[in-house]
Ligand binder design. Structure first.
Ligand SMILES: [Mg+2]
Length: 117
């Protein structure tokens, strides 16, 4: 079991992901913008972060960069839509470890996170 910070602007997606994660992990926080995600990553020291890409204020790629700039080295799993391959590459360059594709499949989500941990 790991403590997880979910960074995602869509309440529907937050709920979907939190429900799946809660089966094996503890969701300790939900951030709705990249800015909030960076702040909460520092405050909550989660063991894993899931990061949406398209968000208001600051996108997931910049948020990953800033989290890494602060020396926070926990695994970050990007949450993308299938058409966001270019952004996915940018996210890996920024310091992301893995990715999940929406819509979420329970087994895939839990397996991916087990692998990353
Ligand atoms: Mg989004």
């Amino acid at each position: 079991m790991a403590t997880v910070l979910v960074v995602e602007d869509s309440q529907f997606q937050q709920q979907m992901l939190s429900d799946i994660l809660s089966q094996e992990h503890e969701v300790v926080g939900v951030a709705e913008t990249g800015t909030e995600g960076v702040k909460m990553a520092a405050e909550l020291s989660p063991e894993l972060i899931t990061m949406d890409i398209i968000m208001p204020e600051m996108d997931g790629i910049e948020a990953v960069e800033r989290i890494r700039d602060r020396g926070i080295d926990v695994p970050i799993v990007m949450c993308t839509s299938v058409e966001q391959t270019e952004k996915m590459k940018q996210a890996v360059v920024a310091g992301a470890d893995q990715y999940l594709t929406k819509p979420y499949h329970e087994t895939t989500v839990l397996e991916t996170i087990r692998d990353v941990l």
